[in-house]
Design a protein around this ligand. Structure first.
Ligand code: EPZ
Length: 418
């Protein structure tokens, strides 16, 4: 099992280019199931979750060609299997995103029920309730969601909670439904808007994506399109935090600064000198330690839960005391125990991590438990005294393309060991 070996104490400096957003590429790849002609997708990140999704599409009969420059062509004209098998779904919860497209286009879908994961139970009841509101009959048996619908009907759906993939699943179900669907209290994440723009490119009629209410006028079928995935805002934020923690100065390129407002506000509060261009962000700490900040996660455009672990790591080496409150997932503080083992003065009170920064963390062998927790441990290793070994970094590989290569580019001393 791969590990990352990091020699801490190096200030990150230089330029680094971002990859396409994992959480946009996954729903967009699922959305190719809706198309009756081939679809070209560009800026697809080379990640484990992407290759898993491609494998899933192929088991259903889609022809997928991975080209150069991270482009992927999907031809879903001859889908022969309307099932997402357990062995694939268990490795990636986002497989649930094929449910809406399969049901919308073929009237049938058997998708293995995604289990929980390290950060929480992560039920999909809102996905199912929305499809039932559109006329689908949905049974959950033998660990599978079995959905059937002659043709989905437009409906008015109010989400009890903001759910990103729930919004995406119902959006993809609605584009081929008979009539108008109004989705209220939807997720406003940039990745939802990216999916909507992709679907519009295929001929879908969608209004309001990016706001709290989306209106969809169903159409008979969707054609092909070419689409470029937006840059990954969480990858961007992760490298910016790395520079803030090490007193460095970096420039992140090929990114979308307008998708990171809440994160940039907090980094400026932490003392970072930040300038922004159309597709780049420059962060300079002028060699200083960051100042501790208070963050509270909430649905977009508020502070993203996917940046929570990284800010726990920042507070661990900051001047003063900061609080990090997690309101989205019930168990997303696995990284706190590992940061404590690196000397962080951090404790949990309910869903809040209270941390008083220390001058230097001390290197230790640590273990990743989920994608963003693993990223926070890599960042902590960069700022620690000595050599940190981060184990189980398959979690990192799910969400960060070529992480050690990009960190080496920024001057870090890091290598992958078996
Ligand atoms: C998406 O997960 C992201 N994954 C997550 O990113 C991200 O952390 C999360 O949104 C929140 O922003 C992808 O986009 C592939 P939710 P998702 O449904 O859609 C509850 C990463 O690190 N809920 O918005 O699964 C749920 O339990 C990953 O890249 C229900 O109760 O999250 C949670 O408490 C981790 N019933 C809250 O809503 C439902 O039917 C928000 O979850 C659906 C959700």
């Amino acid at each position: 099992m791969d590990k990352l070996l990091i020699d801490g104490g190096v200030r990150l400096s230089g330029k680094v280019s971002m990859s396409g957003a994992k959480n946009a590429a996954l729903p967009i790849l699922a959305g190719t199931l809706l198309a009756t002609e081939p679809v070209q997708i560009r800026n697809v990140p080379h990640l484990k979750d992407v290759t898993t999704t491609i494998a899933l599409l192929q088991t259903m009969g889609a022809e997928v060609t991975v080209g150069d420059r991270l482009s992927v062509e999907v031809d879903a004209r001859n889908i022969s299997r309307l099932e997402a098998p357990y062995e694939l779904v268990k490795t990636m919860r986002a497989s649930i995103l094929v449910l809406g497209p399969l049901l919308a286009r073929f009237g049938e879908a058997d998708v293995s029920l995604p289990g929980g994961c390290a950060i929480g139970a992560r039920p999909v009841n809102l996905h199912v309730a929305g499809l039932q509101a559109m006329g689908a009959s949905v049974k959950v048996e033998n660990g599978f969601i079995k959905a059937r619908a002659k043709r989905l009907k437009g409906a008015n759906i109010m989400f009890d909670m903001v759910t990103v993939t729930g919004t995406e699943n119902l959006l993809m179900a609605a584009v081929l439904a008979d009539g108008v669907t109004v989705l209220e209290n939807v997720a406003r994440e940039p990745e939802v808007l990216d999916l909507a723009n992709f679907l519009i490119g295929m001929g879908a009629r969608i209004d309001g994506a990016g706001s709290s209410t989306i209106t969809v006028h169903g159409v008979q079928s969707l054609g092909g399109t070419e689409y470029t995935v937006l840059p990954d805002r969480i990858e961007t934020g992760t490298y910016l935090v790395g520079a803030a923690m090490t007193g460095g100065h970096i420039r992140v390129e090929d990114t979308a600064p307008e998708t990171l407002d809440a994160v940039l506000i907090k980094l400026r509060e932490a003392g970072a000198d930040i300038t922004v261009g159309d597709n780049w962000i420059d962060l300079d700490m002028h060699g200083a330690r960051p100042t501790a900040v208070n963050v509270r996660t909430a649905p977009y455009p508020a502070f993203p839960t996917d940046m929570q672990a990284q800010f726990c790591a920042l507070n661990a080496v900051a001047i003063g005391t900061g609080t990090v409150t997690e309101t989205i997932f019930e168990n997303r503080f696995q990284h706190v125990l590992e940061l404590q083992r690196m000397g962080a003065n951090i404790r949990l009170e309910g869903n809040t991590a209270i941390c008083t920064g220390v001058e230097r963390l001390t290197a230790a062998p640590v273990m990743a438990t989920d994608l963003r927790a693993s990223a926070s441990l890599v960042l902590a290793g960069l700022a620690a005294e000595g050599q940190t070994l981060v184990d189980r970094i398959y979690h990192v590989d799910r969400g960060y393309e070529r992480i050690e290569e990009k960190l080496l580019q920024l001057g870090a001393t890091i290598r992958r060991v078996l």
